[in-house]
Design a protein around this ligand. Structure first.
Ligand SMILES: Cc1cc2nc3c(=O)[nH]c(=O)nc-3n(C[C@H](O)[C@H](O)[C@H](O)COP(=O)(O)OP(=O)(O)OC[C@H]3O[C@@H](n4cnc5c(N)ncnc54)[C@H](O)[C@@H]3O)c2cc1C
Length: 406
């Protein structure tokens, strides 16, 4: 390591961390040492995990070891878990090594808060989940067993305070499609339990006509829905809401709420009470100006309160835009120049439904907006499948992000 170079530490090796590291290297050339510390040695393309659950995608196809791609750009990869961050010393530490930083970028996502609800989660509870390949494989096997029965009950839902509810929508529509293909749909009940105040809220108060579109879709697919659902317990064969109602299941998957990573929560003044980094529009910590954050790790208040808490999603697209903006703002701190707003950004995403898909785009992602697109069609499925391939190549070879025309 050359001591004259600036030291930049990126925590997280996923959508945020990898894009930020590439952008930093591009802008700074060899004037900085860039270190990515990641708990996971592989990048997982999470948007494809619902396909893994349906058995439509080989799990190996949605992961890439990050050492090779980042190493080729002279970015050091440390496989380890950050245990502490000391802003007074500008140090980040794993169990075995301490890293000094001139600038740090936190892109460590969130912890999955299964413990908030008794019985929730695939490890110490009874419901399945979809945030890792292991979880998806476990869910895939259980779903296959449930769908092999003559009849059954499927319950898909999200816990109060969940933000990443999109995959739950995708899964219930894909399961509907799969059951129809097996000519068994008429013998299965599909129930959707969501904390959202209306179907298609998505944590952002809806996107244009998307609530009506998704409500019509659910009606046509005979999906029973419970809005403002407050799941309080999961038992071996039933999910329980706060009003005492119970939803028996043969297969259940419930999206948990998130909370910030433990090392972030431990730093006084860095995060909100849930542990998400409080940032200004340039994505710098309000308290520690040489600490930036992007993606799921940051705090974004909901557009308006809801009867049951629903958190704002930070999609992969948003995460990438934020990470690149945060990286450029770090460069501006080091080299001079103006800093950009990394929070007022667009978001586009494609929700697969198995036999069709929804393309939803909003600019900015929270209302009121300058532009909204909501479309439905098989073409959107093909776009999603093609996008997966491109994005894996983008991560592997540092390709430019696809321009969605925003
Ligand atoms: C099933 C599913 C489907 C999705 N579908 C879509 C979609 O269709 N479109 C879309 O735009 N978005 C989608 N998303 C959202 C998208 O995956 C997230 O926006 C994205 O993963 C956020 O990236 P991130 O880098 O902020 O965090 P993460 O992807 O959560 O990555 C966090 C990184 O930090 C590392 N880390 C965590 N803690 C530590 C620590 N203490 N020390 C070191 N490293 C640490 C982890 O190992 C990981 O590398 C989906 C998500 C899921 C789960």
């Amino acid at each position: 390591m050359n001591n004259n170079r600036k030291q930049i530490v990126v925590v997280g090796g996923s959508f945020g961390g990898i894009n930020a590291a590439y952008e930093l290297r591009r802008k700074l050339g060899r004037t900085a040492d860039i270190t990515v510390i990641s708990k996971d040695p592989v990048f997982t393309f999470h948007p494809s995990l619902p396909w893994v659950i349906l058995g439509w995608r080989d799990p190996r196809a949605v992961q890439i070891p990050i050492q090779g791609p980042l190493g080729r750009k002279d970015i050091r990869v440390v496989h380890g878990e950050v245990a502490s961050l000391d802003p007074s010393k500008c140090e980040v530490a794993t169990q075995t090594e301490v890293f000094h930083y001139d600038a740090a970028l936190i892109a460590c996502g969130a912890d999955l808060d299964y413990a908030a609800i008794p019985g929730l989660g695939p490890v110490s509870g009874f419901t399945h989940s979809t945030f890792t390949v292991d979880e998806a494989i476990r869910a895939r096997d259980a779903l296959a067993r449930a769908m092999a029965q003559e009849s059954g009950r499927i319950v898909i839902g999200a816990a109060p305070g969940a933000s990443c509810i999109g995959p739950a929508y995708e899964l219930i529509m894909m399961i509907d499609t799969a059951l129809k293909r097996m000519k068994k749909r008429h013998r299965f009940s599909l129930t959707f339990l969501t904390p959202e105040p209306f179907i298609g809220h998505f944590g952002v108060d809806g996107i244009g006509a998307s609530p009506r579109m998704v409500q019509d879709e659910f009606a046509e697919r005979c999906i029973d829905t419970v809005i403002n659902a407050q799941i309080v317990e999961a038992r071996p064969e039933r999910v329980v809401l706060n009003d005492g109602s119970e939803y028996p299941y043969d297969f259940s998957l419930v999206i948990p709420a998130f909370r910030g990573a433990a090392f972030v929560r431990a730093v006084d003044g860095l995060a909100n009470p849930k542990g998400f980094v409080s940032v200004n529009k340039q994505l710098a910590s309000a308290r520690f100006p040489n600490i930036y954050a992007a993606g799921v790790a940051i705090a974004i208040p909901p557009p308006r309160p809801t009867p049951v808490p629903v958190a704002v999603p930070k999609t992969g697209h948003m995460t990438e835009l934020m990470a690149r903006a945060a990286a450029r703002n770090i460069v501006a701190d080091m080299q001079g120049g103006s800093k950009e707003d990394g929070l007022t950004i667009p978001s586009s995403c494609i929700a697969d439904a198995g036999d069709t898909a929804f393309y939803l785009a909003a600019d900015p992602f929270l209302p009121p907006r300058n532009r909204v697109i909501t479309k439905r069609g098989k073409w959107a499925r093909h776009l999603k499948m093609a996008f997966e391939k491109y994005y894996m190549a983008q991560i592997r070879y540092d390709l430019p992000p696809l321009d969605f025309g925003w």
